[in-house]
Write a protein that binds this ligand. Structure first.
Ligand code: PMP
Ligand code: GLU
Length: 401
């Protein structure tokens, strides 16, 4: 008798992460010996700065980090995070406002699981990072999307925000700088959202600032800097992108103490806090030499310019100019309806698979990001690989009839 355990309704509501799925497909093809250039998973190609690694080694050798940490993170780390928030963002928090988690992904999940009930609505400007709607669905709550266009730099307006708010709205969640569009909201744009949100005090904001340090427009602005928003904002940040520490799995949130306490309670039943050695090294990352982070940003900006130049050479792709993060998100819909050797390319999913199998370049279809006309390329790769990858993309697209 075939016996199989059916998955839960909770799991069935959620789709697999599009970014992780594409990275997996690209790894599988590489394992077969194909020379694939992966621009799928969004992670810096740099290694973690040496002084951070040294701090981790010392933490291991000291023997002081062999036991469980406090669930919300070590006190000295939470103090360091407060210092960082004051230094970089002019935000005043105390350690009781901070919860350190296993990546910013968990920080987001902690908030959603702790506060969403069935039927609650979460406003998500589209395009969005793939995990926002899926985490919301995990909680049986409802994502409410606000569409944007490439011509508007994929940004929402205050009017659109106002229209999307209902009595059931619990959160607005967005990333600025944005994954996948690279758009960065200006202080004036955020101010226009604040004016709307002040009229709707039941709406809280989850401000995902994980790309804070990869910003080509100047100083990062957090919506929590507006005094009327501070008590209604959950700032999410982490070490993955700005410090090239994706594998260390350190994210954190800063929020009113009662919100932090709720997430602490949840985390106490799920992970018992994150890795002790990584936590200790994060103090060095946040308070030590910031030069490597600035150097990463400069390198990413150079690569962005390189990639935009190459995209211009490809007919019929339309792209905004990303001012942050490390992605380009061109509209490639002009290629839908074409075919290769009789095989039709119906949509961005087909096109991403075509580029993988024919061009040996891994990118992620825009479908999972709420923009089915687009495709996402990460430019967190060497200039040499980027030149080769976009030459391949150009040649592969030229073969479509
Ligand atoms: N938010 C955004 C917008 C991201 O792109 C990512 C990707 N890693 C995360 C959150 C999650 O980051 P972490 O690796 O710290 O879980
Ligand atoms: N955030 C990265 C991305 O969008 C890493 C993958 C993930 O965490 O989903 O590609």
């Amino acid at each position: 008798i075939e016996c199989m355990l059916p998955t839960s309704d909770t799991l069935n509501r959620v789709s697999e992460s599009a970014t992780i799925k594409m990275a997996q497909l690209s790894r599988e093809l590489s394992a077969k010996g194909v020379n694939v250039i992966s621009l799928s998973l969004g992670e810096p190609d740099f290694t973690t700065p040496k002084h951070i690694k040294e701090a981790a080694k010392q933490a291991i050798d000291s023997g002081k980090y062999d036991s469980y940490s406090p669930i919300a993170g070590y006190l000295d780390l939470r103090q360091a995070i407060c210092e960082k928030l004051k230094r970089d963002n002019n935000l005043e928090y105390k350690p009781e406002n901070i919860v350190v988690s296993t990546g910013a992904k968990q920080s987001l999940a902690n908030v959603f699981i702790s506060f969403l009930n069935e039927g609650d609505e979460v406003i998500i400007p589209a395009p969005f990072w793939v995990s926002y709607p899926e985490q919301v669905k995990l909680c049986n709550a409802t994502p409410v999307y606000i569409p944007t266009t490439v011509d508007a730099d994929f940004k929402i307006t205050a009017e659109q925000l106002e229209k999307a708010i209902t009595p059931k709205t619990k959160f607005l969640v967005y990333s600025s700088p944005s994954n996948p569009t690279g758009a960065v909201y200006t202080r004036e744009e955020l101010e226009s959202f604040v004016a709307v949100l002040e009229k709707h005090p039941h709406v809280y904001v989850i401000s995902d600032e994980i790309y804070e340090h990869i910003n080509y427009t100047g100083k990062h602005v957090s919506i929590a800097e507006f005094p009327s928003m501070k008590d209604r904002t959950i700032v999410v940040n982490g070490q993955a992108k700005g410090y090239a520490m994706t594998g260390w799995r350190i994210g954190y949130m800063a929020a009113p103490a009662y919100i932090a306490k709720a997430c602490d309670k949840l985390q106490g039943q799920i992970t018992s806090g994150t890795n002790s050695v990584a936590q200790h090294a994060t103090i060095t990352a946040l308070l030590g030499d910031q030069q490597p982070t600035y150097a990463f940003r400069e390198a990413f900006q150079k690569r962005r310019d390189l990639v935009l130049g190459m995209l211009k050479e490809i007919p019929n792709v339309k792209c905004n100019i990303p001012t942050g993060a490390f992605y380009v998100f061109p509209d490639v819909s002009a290629y839908f309806g074409k075919d290769f050797n009789g095989e039709p390319i119906k949509d961005a999913d087909d096109l991403a698979l075509y580029l993988l199998h024919e061009g040996h370049v891994a990118a992620v279809s825009g479908t999972g990001f709420g923009a089915p006309e687009c495709i996402r390329f990460s430019y967190a790769a060497s200039e040499e690989n980027l030149i080769e990858a976009f030459t391949r993309v150009k040649n592969a697209l030229a073969k479509l009839a």
